[in-house]
Design a protein around this ligand. Structure first.
Ligand SMILES: *Cc1c(COP(=O)(O)O)cnc(C)c1O
Length: 408
């Protein structure tokens, strides 16, 4: 096959869309005023920010003043969780419910709050990687002040029943936050209908700039100010607005949410073709995360006896950008907490690969990916001592086989 370049790591970041770029450009060199200035140049910039807020609110079914621009998903998650914790402590509540496989922006914030005296329940996500409404209902206590459950998981692409979870929280009078960074543009979101109190999103996962996103805070929810020093974002997050990024974010949100049904049908067909192609032709492999309740572009597969990093490098040589199931923390490779939360042993989590495909991917690109993966897995296994031991049937490795489809 002729070598191609295929970017299949859209869950890590995305290319800025042409239309987003076009809308942003005037705000760099022509409409560069400070939105707080009272002359026309400033007012133009101010109006652009408020128009962007209105456009975004229209897409998600909320009020413009409920949208607070942030530097992205991590900041929005930190603000929501720490802010809600501070407010609930004032009412004598100290219990937070989250899941074991949240993004680190939520998990590390929860760990920080535990040190400050809060109690956190980390709901297990089961083999399929889905948090159920029943789990949340059972975990809520009289001193629970916040439930934060991600809308869709960034590694295995599973989609949570957020409407049902939010409904339970609303009924029980507990604040509900969701990290919807991966869900935006993949599932239709109406904040009022879905009874969501706070929602984080990020621009660079939907073809806008890095360093921009927002936190939705339902009016009536009280959250402490994040940055002191100015009247921007209704006094809650001071600092001169990133006007071009905000304008681009509105365009990106509109584009991402314009034809969710059609786009997801198209992308998920290619996704399934890649998954089936790879699983059919590689032994001792497995798909991670629920097959149906899954983001259209997410593929996460583990291969026994393969190092994810070696696989990534080999795919890079084939012009394919993907991501592995490990995170490099302090120089050592730790298997992903998401894969471990599914109950996978380290050996299998280490041999995992995530593709996050998006337009303009084609069927041919999908076939190219599948073929490159199959060839690379075979080549790595030829050199893998672990794989050799598995094939020989070494007794201490047999427990690994129950996690993958059988050997040929
Ligand atoms: C990328 C991501 C974030 C972080 O967003 P940034 O804008 O990069 O800070 C948070 N949550 C999820 C689920 C993500 O995928």
């Amino acid at each position: 096959m002729e070598k191609r370049f295929i970017y299949a790591d859209n869950a890590a970041t995305t290319r800025v869309s042409e239309n987003v770029l076009k809308e942003m450009l005037p705000y760099f060199t022509e409409e560069y005023g400070n939105p707080s200035s009272i002359y026309k140049l400033g007012r133009n910039a101010g109006r652009a920010v408020e128009t962007a807020r209105e456009r975004i609110a229209a897409v998600f079914g909320c009020l413009p003043r409920e949208i607070y621009f942030t530097s992205g998903g991590s900041e929005a998650d930190n603000w929501a969780v720490k802010g809600a914790a501070e407010k609930m402590a004032e009412k004598g509540k100290k219990h937070i419910i989250t899941s074991a496989f949240e993004h680190h922006a939520v998990l590390h914030t929860c760990a920080y709050l535990e040190k400050k005296g809060f109690e956190v329940t980390y709901l297990p996500v089961g083999e399929k990687g889905i948090v159920t409404p029943e789990q949340v209902a059972d975990a809520i206590r009289s001193d629970t002040g916040l439930v934060t459950i991600m809308y869709a998981n960034n590694e295995i692409g599973t989609i949570m029943p957020i409407r049902e979870i939010a409904h339970i929280c609303r009924e029980k009078g507990v604040l509900f936050h969701t990290d919807a960074v991966q869900a935006v543009g993949n599932v239709p979101i109406n904040l009022k209908e879905q009874e969501i109190d706070m929602m984080s999103m990020s621009g660079h996962k939907i073809h806008a700039l890095k360093g921009i996103g927002f936190l939705y805070v339902r009016s009536g929810v009280s959250l402490p100010n994040l940055i002191h020093g100015g009247a921007q974002e209704r006094n809650r997050r001071a600092g001169t607005e990133n006007v071009p990024a905000i304008v681009g974010l509105a365009k990106a949100v509109e584009e991402a949410c314009a034809d969710i049904g059609g786009k997801c049908a198209r992308i998920s067909k290619i996704r399934d073709r890649i998954i089936d192609g790879i699983l059919e032709k590689t032994e001792a492999s497995r798909l991670n995360g629920d097959r149906e309740k899954r983001l259209a572009g997410n593929i996460n597969i583990s291969f026994l006896g393969v190092e994810g990093e070696s696989l990534l490098l080999m795919l890079d040589l084939n012009g394919i950008c993907a991501s592995s199931g490990s995170a490099c923390t302090s120089g050592a490779l730790d298997p992903s907490h998401v894969l471990l939360s599914l109950g996978l042993p380290h050996e299998i989590a280490h041999g995992s690969l995530r593709f996050s495909i998006a337009d303009p991917i084609t069927d041919d690109d999908g076939d190219y990916i599948a073929e490159a993966v199959i060839n690379s897995v075979n080549r790595i296994r030829e050199m893998s001592p672990l794989w050799e031991d598995i094939k020989k049937g070494k007794p201490e490795l047999l427990h690994l086989l129950k996690f993958v489809k059988s050997l040929n």
